[in-house]
Write a protein that binds this ligand. Structure first.
Ligand code: GAF
Length: 388
């Protein structure tokens, strides 16, 4: 896991773009892990993410013309944009569509921009559900505003704009959680976020003798978008049916008695049950964490995974295998998949003194069950996007 300081990042930048006059501005945006509350953001409930010390670095130097060059140390593809022309989504620009979309929306919002050279360099594994796309969007928006002299950036507004770019420009129908965590993260704290109102509260993330381990299944999230969208549609259908009997702002407001009214459609009943039970787990988890009850928190993680596996059906053989191996290993008091699902990462609460034996046992068991090699990260809990 490579961490960069300003000097190293500037050196990488000059290697790509050469040494020229002009300040090089450096930034970092974290990835995120959701502790509990999955597929809840677009259902209008509470989520509980943390920003992590893995993320994406960026460096920018202004140019005298209207050209924007985008490069990444992680990706071969380089993208050049002419600010005098409308910026449109284009398949062949690949990852570059994320910064491109943000630039287009900033311009449309009246932001004055000149050309610039930008280098990204990430240590966030791609396609693993740790929010590399949200990090890229929030980072681009923050960097362009900050380097233009707006050093007090409205972070919730930037999170909303990033979600809008992802929904409308990149056409991924995500909720607000990831962008909010990347923009608003706070060191050593989790964010209890109400996704309907965007009210939030920081809760100290103090694990005592335990550590938060990120377990990467190395199963990329294929077909995720279509199945993610399918879950959104099912949740909307469940809400529409429930609204026939009573007024509800969102699915998370329903009760288990409401859910029972969906008996005629088992799929919709289970989708609604996940939203309702997961919501109550999020609120309990935040309380338990405030009281320092880490083992209670771990138990909720286990229940959450079962609900995602059986009711919302967003897990998969690899995620289930890694969670099962984690829970069967001494020192682990809770584990669950995190993020959009269908692949990507799971998280576990593990006794710090047993981290090494835990990783060895889970890696071996997981390899045996799936023929895949897992990766493990013990990341710290970070602030949101900032200048480096
Ligand atoms: C993905 C989405 F981008 C988020 O908005 C959220 O729905 C998450 O999946 C599931 O909790 O990361």
């Amino acid at each position: 896991m490579i961490m960069l300081d300003t000097k190293q990042l500037k050196a990488l930048f000059e290697r790509e773009y050469g040494r020229e006059p002009g300040e090089i501005h450096c930034f970092f945006a974290p990835g995120r892990v959701n502790l509990i509350g999955e597929h809840i953001d677009y259902n209008g409930g509470y989520v509980f993410p943390v920003a992590i010390t893995l993320g994406i670095y960026s460096a920018l130097r202004w140019r005298q013309d209207r050209l924007v060059r985008l490069k990444s140390t992680n990706m071969a593809l380089e993208v050049a944009l002419d600010l005098n022309r409308p910026l449109e989504y284009c398949e062949r620009d690949g990852w570059g569509n994320y910064p491109k979309g943000m630039i287009q929306y900033l311009l449309a919002g009246g932001q004055k921009l000149q050309g610039c050279d930008i280098l990204f360099s990430g240590n966030l594994p791609d396609g693993t559900g740790l929010s590399s796309s949200a990090a890229m969007l929030v980072l681009t928006g923050f960097m362009l505003k900050y380097a233009s002299g707006k050093t007090t950036v409205d972070r919730p507004a930037l999170a909303r704009l990033s979600q809008k770019v992802e929904n409308e420009f990149v056409k991924v129908n995500c909720g607000i959680m990831d962008q909010f965590a990347v923009a608003m993260g706070r060191r050593d704290c989790a964010i209890l976020l109400n996704c309907q109102t965007l009210e939030y509260k920081y809760i100290p993330f103090v694990l005592g003798e335990y550590s938060l381990v990120i377990m990467n299944t190395n199963k990329k999230r294929e077909l995720t978008e279509s199945r993610y969208n399918q879950r959104r549609t099912e949740a909307e259908q469940a809400l529409t049916l429930l609204r026939q009997g009573r007024s509800l702002d969102n699915l998370c407001q329903a009760s288990l008695d409401d859910v029972a009214r969906l008996a005629a459609d088992d799929v919709l009943r289970r989708r609604a049950r996940h939203a309702v039970t997961e919501q109550s787990r999020v609120l309990k988890a935040a309380d338990l964490l405030e009281q320092g009850d880490i083992t209670g928190f771990g138990r909720l993680m286990i229940e959450s995974h079962a609900s995602m596996k059986n009711d919302y059906e967003i897990s998969g053989p690899e995620l289930d295998a890694i969670v099962d191996h984690a829970l069967a290993t001494p020192g682990c008091i809770g584990a669950r998949m995190t993020g959009g699902g269908f692949g990507g990462c799971a998280i576990a609460l593990v006794e710090t003194a047993r981290l090494e034996s835990f990783q060895a046992a889970v890696a071996a068991g997981y390899q045996k069950s799936t023929s895949r090699t897992a990766a493990f990260y013990v990341a710290g809990i970070s602030d949101g996007v900032n200048p480096l």
